[in-house]
Design a protein around this ligand. Structure first.
Ligand SMILES: NC(=O)c1ccc[n+]([C@@H]2O[C@H](COP(=O)([O-])OP(=O)(O)OC[C@H]3O[C@@H](n4cnc5c(N)ncnc54)[C@H](O)[C@@H]3O)[C@@H](O)[C@H]2O)c1
Length: 325
């Protein structure tokens, strides 16, 4: 059974490719290596191409007997999307439309999409169910929201089936230490703490100490990247047999504050995290937590690696091994 993974050389994509290959699926990775890296490829066929070039994705999809596509390939920095919305709307929307058009031309009707908790905006309810109103407030989240709307129209008009997976905070690294998280610039909490501890960052800034939470810092739902990858494997199996499209949260429904994550990291690494307190960043909400019932019911998803200890331990192992020098 063949599947094309757009963005398979990135952080979450590479872990998913590993999971798909382990389950015996044939994988084609399509990536332009704008943020992806060759070292993160663990197998499968590689097509170097850019989704902004419709011809290259069309060629990759034609005559390969591909059953489904997973789409990880987007720009992902929330802060940058505020400063340069044009870049985000242009890239994320056009690349997704090109991919969908190429799929329809190749008569591939199964699509798994990397969406985000950013589609919800400020939560009115915690944990957040998939039925929560959608009100994204940054351009990055808007692009995910618009693509979800496009998917619904394409389903109605062209019979495209989709599973849109709304991730909360992806974190951790694979347990063998082969794959891990390294964005540039890195905006995520755990890798930023680890980069600071390895001397790769001069400062570590803690944004917001006056949130209405127990210790004043923001609470987030961290889900291990290997559990996320497994959800994609399950979504692939589901989409091949089911007749229904779905929106599904991927989170642990367990929250840790920034200070709790710092404390756990200090315990695991044996190092002190010196941080500078900074004001809240625009758009940061106090608490984000996912309801995960739908993922359990529809996909049969179980969390195996998402304790905060395993997340930090695996990330630390990978960072130490790959970024020491
Ligand atoms: N990391 C998180 O916590 C998180 C949370 C919510 C949603 N997501 C979504 O998950 C997806 C993957 O995130 P990630 O952290 O693995 O990002 P990443 O930057 O590590 O991976 C993105 C991959 O897509 C490739 N790519 C980008 N534009 C492309 C194009 N035009 N053509 C071909 N390849 C292209 C990159 O080279 C890279 O390999 C993104 O869609 C992101 O919005 C991530």
């Amino acid at each position: 059974m063949k599947i094309l993974v757009a963005g398979g050389a990135g952080y979450i994509g590479s872990h998913t490719v590993k999971g798909l290959i382990q389950e015996g699926f044939e994988v084609t990775v399509f990536d332009n290596f704008s943020t992806g890296r060759k070292e993160l490829l663990v197998g499968g066929e590689l097509v170097v191409g850019d989704l902004m070039d419709k011809k290259s994705i069309k060629n990759a999809l034609m005559s390969k007997n591909i059953k489904a596509v997973i789409h990880f390939a987007s720009l992902i920095q929330v802060g940058e999307s505020y400063e340069n919305p044009k870049k985000y709307y242009t890239h994320n929307l056009i690349s997704s439309l090109n991919l969908l058009d190429a799929m329809l031309e190749a008569d591939i009707k199964n699509f798994i999409f990397s969406s985000s908790a950013a589609v919800y905006g400020v939560p009115q309810q915690i944990p957040i169910p998939e039925s929560h109103p959608l009100n994204p407030f940054n351009p990055y989240g808007q692009t995910k929201y618009f693509i979800e709307k496009i998917l619904q129209d394409y389903e109605r008009a062209y019979g495209l089936k989709f599973i849109s997976l709304r991730y909360f905070n992806a974190a951790g690294a694979d347990s063998e230490g082969r794959l891990g998280e390294l964005h540039n610039p890195e905006t995520h909490l755990i890798p930023n703490i680890l980069l600071f501890l390895l001397g790769k960052k001069e400062n570590f800034d803690l944004f917001g100490t006056d949130f209405p939470t127990e210790d004043g810092t923001a609470v987030r739902d961290y889900v291990h990247v290997t559990d996320l990858a497994q959800a994609h494997v399950l979504a692939f199996k589901e989409i091949l047999t089911s007749s229904k499209s779905e929106f599904i949260n991927l989170g642990a429904n367990k929250g840790y504050s920034v200070l709790e994550v710092i404390k756990k990291t200090e315990e695991i690494t044996g190092k002190k995290v010196q941080y500078k307190e900074k004001p809240r960043r625009e758009g940061d909400v106090p608490v984000l937590l996912a309801s995960k019932e739908k993922a359990e019911q529809i996909l049969g998803w179980e969390l195996c690696f998402s304790s905060i200890e395993t997340i930090i331990e695996t990330a630390w192992n990978w960072h130490k091994k790959n970024l020491k020098n």
